[in-house]
Each structure stands twice: as C-alpha cells, then as structure tokens.
Design a protein around this ligand. Structure first.
Ligand SMILES: [Zn+2]
Length: 320
C-alpha cells in the first residue's frame, strides 16, 4: 500500500504492508499551491524511490491512499470545490490520474476523514462513535461509526470550520469569503494573523504552537480562547452524536491549554448523559494520523467485498 498525506506545506508519504505497518515513511516540504499536476508527479516520483529503497517491486503494490486538506467527492476522487489551500485542484481527476500511473485502485479523501480513520483503527478500535477534529491552518472533522467513516451526501461532512459563530456581518473575514466563520476566529491561520498584527514573527499555525509552548502570554491566551470557541461548536456535535471519543488533532492539539479549554467548554455546554462517558484526548498519532489513515483507506478498498469478488472472478477456473 502506498499512502500520501498532503498538507499545504508538508507531505507525509508511506509504504505500508497489508496490516498497515509502515515499511518506509518520510516527511517532505511541498507546495500544494503549485497545482495538482506537478504535485502528483512529485508524489509518484517519491513513491517510486520509496519502493526502490525498500526493495519492493511496483507490481506488488495493491492500492493507493491519498488525503488532501479540502472537501473530496470520494466516489470520483476529486476535490469538489475551490479552497484557498488547493488552488487549481477543483475537479482535477486525482484518483484517476494516480490509478493510471500505478494500475491499482486509489482512494482520495479529505485529511480530517483520513485522520479520524487512522486514529480509530490505531488507538480506539472498540470505541464508537469517534469524532476527530483537526485544528491546524484550517478546521475540519471526521466521524467514524462502527469502524466506518460517516459519509455525507456531497462530500462536505465534517466541514465545521465554516460554521458561522456570529450572526453579524462585521465578524472577521474568512478565507471562504464569508464573515464570522469558526475558522476566521479560531484556526491556526487566524491565530497567526492575530499575533502578526501584534508584531510577532508567526508565519503559520505551527509557529503559534511553538510560541505558546514557550509560555508567551498572548499566544497562550489566544490558543485557549480558540479552544473555548471550538468547544462551543463541538458541544452541538457531541449532543448530536454522543461520541465515545473526541480526538483533537492538528497543530493546536499539541498545546494542552487548547485541549483543556475544549474540554472545559464541552462539559459546560452539554447534558451529562451526552458527556458522561466521553473521552476528550489529543490525537495519539499526532502528525502521522493522516498518512496512517490514508493507508487504511487504501487497505479497506483493496479488501472490500467488491474488490475481493472481482479478484476471485478473475482467477476462477471454468468448471469442466
Ligand atoms: Zn468560512
């Protein structure tokens, strides 16, 4: 299995066996903004180098899994609408292109879904439902119920970053063009912008985390405030889903003040029966959740009843 977790500035690539165990894994710097053709050509090249270095012939690869930071129609393997992080990727045939290059099935999904699946199978295989929330440059969520990802009708499930948290038109402007979205106040991008306006050198959400980890008072305050606001929105999700586990991933989940603030607000805003058995945790996989989940997506496709039926039909000998 070959897996790729593509972020705005970093990609994690892996070669895994059929149990999901990584045979090779590497993190590289990339620029998704360069567009799909150069980025996917680069991914193919790195994957082939990984196979060569591991002594695995390309013919033994059974499936590909790719996660991207945007909404995906899993049925077609395409990014469904424009997002600022994925300029030029909308409607590009990511899945079909990679399937043609390698001659095996490929699954493309959004990063929060892949992370949710990776976290579920690695750390919480017996816990259902599991709600995974990624808070990094943007904010997204994935839900795993009885071991399977919950799919929306149009590939937009879990897109909680653009829930409007203010009804007034004077809320902060979001990258989606609307005002008052959760992501415009509480994402890593928003916190980095707020700190830059105060003269700090924080280009991205990881820098916010690094600053907060040094005990910087304003960075810590902003991260905690973001946790409270996200906790407000998640109180609705917890009331709706009654999850057993809420796993927080992405850069901000590395700050314990953030996780604590989400917890604090959740327990204030939900009924005891919704939250009594809820475990709120930071992702155990951390930065690896996406690539582990991407490998799992490929594995589930390769081992699906339909795929096994197709393989058996191809091998079936005629009865004499
Ligand atoms: Zn928005």
């Amino acid at each position: 299995m070959l897996a790729a977790d593509l972020g705005a500035a970093h990609a994690t690539l892996a070669l895994c066996d059929l149990s999901g165990r990584p045979l090779a894994e590497a993190v590289h710097e990339i620029r998704l903004a360069d567009g799909p053709e150069p980025v996917l050509g680069w991914v193919e090249q790195r994957w082939r180098e990984m196979l060569d270095a591991s002594g695995v012939v390309a013919g033994r690869v059974l499936g590909l899994g790719v996660s991207v930071p945007g909404p995906v129609d899993v049925a077609t393997g395409r990014v469904v609408h424009h997002t600022p992080v994925l300029p030029g990727w909308q409607d590009h045939p990511v899945r079909d292109l990679l399937e043609r290059r390698f001659g095996v099935v490929c699954v493309v999904d959004n990063d929060a879904n892949a992370m949710a699946l990776g976290e579920h199978h690695t750390a919480w295989p017996g816990s259902s439902p599991l709600l995974f929330v990624k808070v990094a440059t943007g904010i997204g969520a994935g839900v795993v119920v009885d071991g399977r990802l919950l799919r929306g009708a149009d590939g937009a499930e879990g897109d909680i970053g653009h829930v409007r948290i203010t009804s007034a038109d004077d809320g902060p402007l979001c990258v989606c063009g609307a005002r008052g979205c959760l992501a415009a106040s509480a994402s890593g991008r928003a916190l980095a912008r707020a700190l830059r306006e105060q003269g700090e050198d924080v280009p991205d959400s990881r820098s916010v985390v690094e600053l907060a980890s040094t005990g910087h008072a304003e960075a810590t305050r902003l991260v905690r405030e973001a946790g409270l606001v996200i906790g407000d929105v998640l109180a609705t999700a917890v009331s709706l889903l009654n999850p057993r586990v809420l796993a927080l991933g992405g850069d901000l989940a590395l700050v314990h003040h953030f996780v604590g603030a989400v917890c604090e607000r959740l327990y204030q805003r939900t009924q005891p029966q919704s939250a009594r058995g809820l475990q709120v945790v930071a992702s155990g996989l951390g930065d690896r959740a996406g690539v582990v989940g991407a490998a799992r997506l490929a594995l589930e496709e390769v081992l699906s009843a339909e795929a096994v039926d197709r393989a058996l039909a191809g091998r079936r000998q005629p009865v004499p």
